[in-house]
Design a protein around this ligand. Sequence first.
Ligand code: 1GP
Length: 264
Amino acid sequence: MKHGIYRKILINREAGKKMFAVLIDPEKSYGRNFASVVAALKVASPDFILIGGSHQVRSIDSMIAILKEEVTSDIILFPGDADQFSPHADAMLYLNLISGRNPEYLIGQHVKSARMVFESGIEVISTAYILIDGGKVSAVEYMSNTRPIPRDKEEIVLSTAIAGELMGMRLTYLEAGSGAAIPVPASMISYISERTQLPLVVGGGITSLNDLNNAFDAGADIVVVGNILEQNTDRIVEYVKWVHQYNDKNNDDRYGQNGTDRTK
Ligand code: 1GP
């Protein structure tokens, strides 16, 4: 089994470098829209491109082939179910929807695709996927038939995240749902990041650089943005550049001019 992308996540995290992922949902991004997403990604490549959604309507093989040809970002599958697999991606988030109580998304879909995934040799990153109420019914909630954790129940989120760690998962993903009315609260991100060990991914309902800043400042290691960038593909470049500036500034604050790590 490969480990390159997960190792990169750990190395970046250790160095204090925040990572940015653009989510492409094949249900929404195809044809002309996909072409303009690719054009933007060629100008400014995020660390990762996630591909997937709750409701897949077309094969993603050709999409991945184009991205691999044109863009330098790592391509990671973000599957909504067992059918959303392609052996051509660089890695796959192996999502365990542990906020829910639907066995299909805890083990059922995994069994269906296990042989295919294993035999492909793709890098698999087990992910504790935790759905948080994002202010409206999300596609994940509807399609998985599970309920999100209420926004004010930090203790339940924490216990869920710790359970994921104890089960051997390697990423924790706090998800407000694509197109959420409100993103995961910064207070919840910091509460979880301060009390858990795994790299923390946050996504859903992030619609401004201010939201992105808040998620990073609160302790997210990777932030995922989809909708707003699919709707305004020009903003992909703006967001990627902003993350570089955020990291440069943090690096200066952390190491100063003489290169000593001030956080140690
Ligand atoms: C990834 O579902 C999110 O976690 C993406 O959400 O489409 O709202 O950015 P948006």
